[in-house]
Design a protein. Sequence first.
Lengths: 199, 199
Amino acid sequence: MSPKPNVSEERKEQITEAATTIFSQKGFDKARMDDIAKEANLSKGTLYLYFKSKDAIIEHLLNRLFEREMADLQLLKEDPRPASEKLTIFTEKIISDIHGWARVIPIMYEFLGRLFRQSVVQKAFKKYLHSYFDLITPLIQEGMDTGEFKAGNAGETAITIGALFEGTILLWVYDPEMIDLEKHLHAGMKLLMDGLKKD
Amino acid sequence: MSPKPNVSEERKEQITEAATTIFSQKGFDKARMDDIAKEANLSKGTLYLYFKSKDAIIEHLLNRLFEREMADLQLLKEDPRPASEKLTIFTEKIISDIHGWARVIPIMYEFLGRLFRQSVVQKAFKKYLHSYFDLITPLIQEGMDTGEFKAGNAGETAITIGALFEGTILLWVYDPEMIDLEKHLHAGMKLLMDGLKKD
DNA sequence: TACACATGACTGACTAGTCAGTTATAAGGA
DNA sequence: TCCTTATAACTGACTAGTCAGTCATGTGTA
């Protein structure tokens, strides 16, 4: 047993939280390690006991970015209800989680700027996209097989749905006063489902 | 007659072009004024003859960002064809312009990271969004009035279409191998139009 | 004492912006 | 045609400031 209890995980979490706040406010490049230290009520030296560099903190944030959300949604896979109902549940789940997301959205878009130059970032976003499709595509396919939805290309439809979600959030970021996230996500999905359902 | 011709506009253009290239490659913060100078075949001092600061160059890029695209699309306003046809033309126009856009997409997303902290950026994106809606909403409304489209909320529908476009581009940025921009923009619009058209 | 944990003053690499000096071009006179 | 002069255009070494990362020095607990 060490002379002090191991606080490593606790500190890492503490630093990660502070970094999220500061990076959201200032962006990755303008944020200083001293800012993060202050926000975390630690000294700069201490940050370096738990992360080897500023980039290491950023990479840690990247890895955590989609984790919780995806884990939650995976549960849908085992849900026994019909496809159209699951799609509704999926929509509701995303919408109800939006407020939790809001905090990390500035960081998401911060990462987008790096997407073109950093393969680590590319990989993370790709992975997120693929796990989203692995979830949604079979669900659409199931609906087409049972006749709930019109026959068509399930993969393409899944992409359209994903685009609608990401796009609505993006427009909301452009102008939060003009876009009511909940309302417009619902309206968009409604319109899409109308096109998807059998005539 | 002055001893030398005025090259001011030409130089500004030259610097803007170089800055676009460098900012795309490195991002706003990592790009150095020396990089831009080198790319433009000028010295750093010369950059400061035409722009008062690095931020001034960035702001100039921001103001040019949506200009050409929006000017082009405004032409649709006076087009006499039926709404659904105009919507198709709109889609085709966007799709055919995508390759021209590709060059500035990294910069667009670079700006997105700043959207949350810089009101100049917020204003520019808001303005773009509003001029998009001023164009599309009346078009949808027209289609609803003539009976081409199902009755509904034209504004909401315009937002859904905009979201679909922006979202598809976003997903394509996530994984250009998975998303075929042309194909999936078409597929998405098709699905949406199916929902939009009268039963 | 021994060890984990914590600190913050310090260093050195980096870069936006400046400015004293240089160069290229056109006009006008011989 | 050649030379002088005016000045717009340009240059790059330099300054002043910033900040990631280091390290010598505590401090509290078993």
